[in-house]
Design a protein around this ligand. Structure first.
Ligand SMILES: [Zn+2]
Length: 268
């Protein structure tokens, strides 16, 4: 079996050993080879993965795959890095998960016991990785907007930011996006009907996602525009609606039907 890096091999190996309920130790671990043997002294399990010639490929060269030792439950090979990797999806989709729940989850679903410390530390590292990534993504918003406009001149993107103090970095506050294809499709093939709603974003930085949808000739939903605002207020809805109406009916001369759960929108 080939791997693109030794790290990929090591990750796969931890998965394998945890699934088998066996622990391993490194006999050799450098930049071109990794030799691993079972932690139990008289067990023959051994695996060697090393670099192939001068290619960036790593291949398993030696493998004695069967263990003669017994299964262990509290697997020391299930290290913090592995726990973090397993928790990445969970912490990005679940609001809160306790250390005890993590320990239980690993016992039931992955068949291995981990210490509370390992569960806690793994969770901290996973949160750091996920939320660090989220903060970084806000800085990519300008590039994303530029790219959308470059692809089609009719794509509308609007981003607002706040400057708290001249010495601080500007802060993201609102975002609006409407694609040219959606506008054309709406004006060309949908009824003059717009459904509006907002939903809470469950990430660390919260906010509200606003959406405007239309219905096409087949009675299906037709996406029209999206926005992200700090909260659902009359002011934020107006900001969103003005941007939307500026394109679809700049003269405000046609009649439109809106459906919404917000009384604040009655002004339209
Ligand atoms: Zn063994």
């Amino acid at each position: 079996m080939d791997f693109s890096s030794l790290q990929q091999f090591k990750n796969a190996l931890v998965d394998h050993c945890v699934a088998q309920g066996r622990e391993f130790k490194y006999m050799k671990n450098d930049s071109i080879r990794v030799r691993i043997k079972c932690r139990s002294e008289d067990c023959p399990f051994v695996i060697l993965c090393n670099k192939v010639g001068n290619k960036e490929t790593f291949r398993i060269k030696t493998l004695v795959g069967d263990h003669t030792c017994a299964r262990v439950f509290d697997n020391k090979s299930a290290n913090v890095r592995w726990v973090k990797q397993k928790l990445l999806n969970k912490v990005s989709t679940m609001n809160k998960i306790s250390t005890n729940e993590i320990v239980d989850d690993f016992r039931v679903n992955l068949g291995t016991g981990i210490t509370r410390y390992r569960a806690w530390k793994g969770k901290q590292l996973a949160i750091e990785e996920v939320e660090g990534a989220i903060e970084m993504q806000y800085t990519l918003m300008w590039r994303f907007s530029n790219e959308l406009r470059r692809m089609a001149a009719g794509n509308t993107c609007k981003m607002n930011f706040e400057t708290q103090r001249s010495t601080l970095f500007p802060r993201f506050s609102r975002f609006y996006m409407c694609l040219e294809g959606c506008k054309r499709g709406f004006l060309g093939g949908c009824r003059p009907f717009i459904g509006l709603d907002g939903c809470h974003l469950k990430t660390k930085h919260r906010g509200i996602l606003l959406a405007a949808v239309a219905r096409d000739a087949n009675e299906q939903y037709f996406p029209l525009a999206f926005g992200v605002v700090e909260s659902e207020t009359k002011e934020s809805w107006m900001w969103f609606m003005e941007l939307l109406m500026d394109y679809i009916d700049p003269e405000r001369s046609r009649r439109w039907v809106f459906i919404s759960d917000q009384q604040k929108l009655m002004y339209v």
